[in-house]
Design a protein around this ligand. Structure first.
Ligand code: DQA
Length: 140
């Protein structure tokens, strides 16, 4: 059974309540339950933190054993060399995801420190970005 870890960064615990015109009305927990039902043969795990160091700790903890990691680092995407270095340091393939199309938004969201160290990026498909990332990891 493949083990895929989802990691969400800051403010993504507020999905469903936070700026619904950008991020939609659904909570991540509800979406995660749907995803687990859709993929009963995948060991899917979910971790969220608002703290950069905790995201790095999680990447280090599972990054040598998980079959893949789906990472939405939220605003740390645009600022964190430390998360990029953590991705460089581990072995599991990481897919960068974003719910919104960051390229249609403010210019400070156009740069990611993570894209170059990730296996690939899926951006702009709402919560389906996670589903598409999971499909991609199952193909690897
Ligand atoms: C986001 C995009 C980021 O720019 C933002 O800071 C987020 C969410 C997204 O999923 O669209 O927190 O990663």
């Amino acid at each position: 059974m493949k083990h895929i870890q989802i990691i969400n960064g800051p403010n993504l615990n507020l999905l469903g309540e936070r700026e619904p015109s950008i991020y939609g009305n659904k909570s991540f927990n509800g979406f995660f339950e749907e995803l687990k039902k859709q993929y009963p043969d995948v060991k899917l795990e979910y971790f969220q933190s608002n703290n950069e160091g905790e995201i790095i700790d999680k990447l280090q903890e599972i990054g040598f054993s998980a079959d893949g990691i789906i990472l939405n680092a939220g605003a740390y995407t645009h600022t964190s060399i430390a998360i990029a270095d953590a991705i460089r340091s581990i072995q599991s393939p990481v897919i960068e995801v974003h719910i919104s199309n960051v390229f249609q938004r403010e210019s400070f969201r156009h740069h990611s420190f993570l894209s170059e160290v990730c296996k690939g990026c899926i951006i702009g498909f709402g919560l389906n970005s996670y589903r598409l990332a999971l499909e991609a990891l199952l193909l690897i």
